[in-house]
Design a protein around this ligand. Sequence first.
Ligand SMILES: [Zn+2]
Ligand SMILES: [Zn+2]
Length: 338
Amino acid sequence: MKAMHLTSPRVIESSPLQLTEAIIPTPDEDEILLRVSSCGICHTDLHVIEGELPPRKLPIIPGHQVTGMVEKIGSRVKNFSIGDRVGIAWLHWACGDCEYCKHGRENLCSHAKFTGYDVDGGYTEYMAVPAGFAYSISKRFTDEEAAPLLCAGIIGYRALRLSEVKPGQRLGLFGFGASAHIAIQVVKYWGCEVFVFSRSVHHRKLAEQLGAVWTGTADEVPPLLLHSAIMFAPAGELVPKALRVLDKGGTLALAGIHMTPIPSFDYSLIYHERTIRSVANSTRQDGIDFLKLAAEIPIRTEVEIFPLTEANRALQLLKSGQIRGAGVLSVKYYDTSS
Ligand SMILES: [Zn+2]
Ligand SMILES: [Zn+2]
């Protein structure tokens, strides 16, 4: 099979991913073999590729928003059959046994393994994954439309839950990429007013089209204070700016896995019981709940599609904020029968 491999972390401008030939994995008894159709690109992939996250496995095939078809199943797999369409997300596996797993917080599992980081991900033609960590995908979505739901969507949904925004309230979104363009559709469905902060004119325009009541840069101040806010941009310097527009008792949720340092700020910005919290990974229940909601709304993902072999270029565009909505790699099928 063809795959885009990373052998050593480097800046994306140097095109570190290489197209290589790899052996199709054999699923073990609890796994399914997936023929990959598409894989979304994510800022976390950039953090892995550029080494901002310490490497856990090298070489590695990145990618953790995967859709495809089940091609083989292990002897103990009961929840999927050959030919089923499935989605794979960031959480590859959790132990089920630790204090976190036992209390519904498998996203914090100390032994968790992550797709495209601890194990090979979806920038490839085939993947073997634990059947218990794969999701069914609604017929409402094409493979390309569904891919961004699997991280951008699920993490955005968990961030919304952790931001404690209630129906009808005012929510701020800082950064308007793949995750935010999905999250805004969820909160609009909940009847919230959404305020979007982005330095990109194109991203602000998309936000307005998707129903933001106000858009501006992080240096601007909207006319009303916000009940909750979510930081999608991995830029620590925006945290005090977000606190400045948060009402008393409000919550700021930080959705990224990596962020530049947060500058010190005056206590008054967080006084009056404002809360800052990070969002780490997601549970399978988040995934199930979100995918159900996404089909019910239904969420419309704006996708920009690239061939698998153009993963470097797609990620360069992601880094420079030039992707509208979500970037998705489409996997062209090669003849692997020989
Ligand atoms: Zn665990
Ligand atoms: Zn991701």
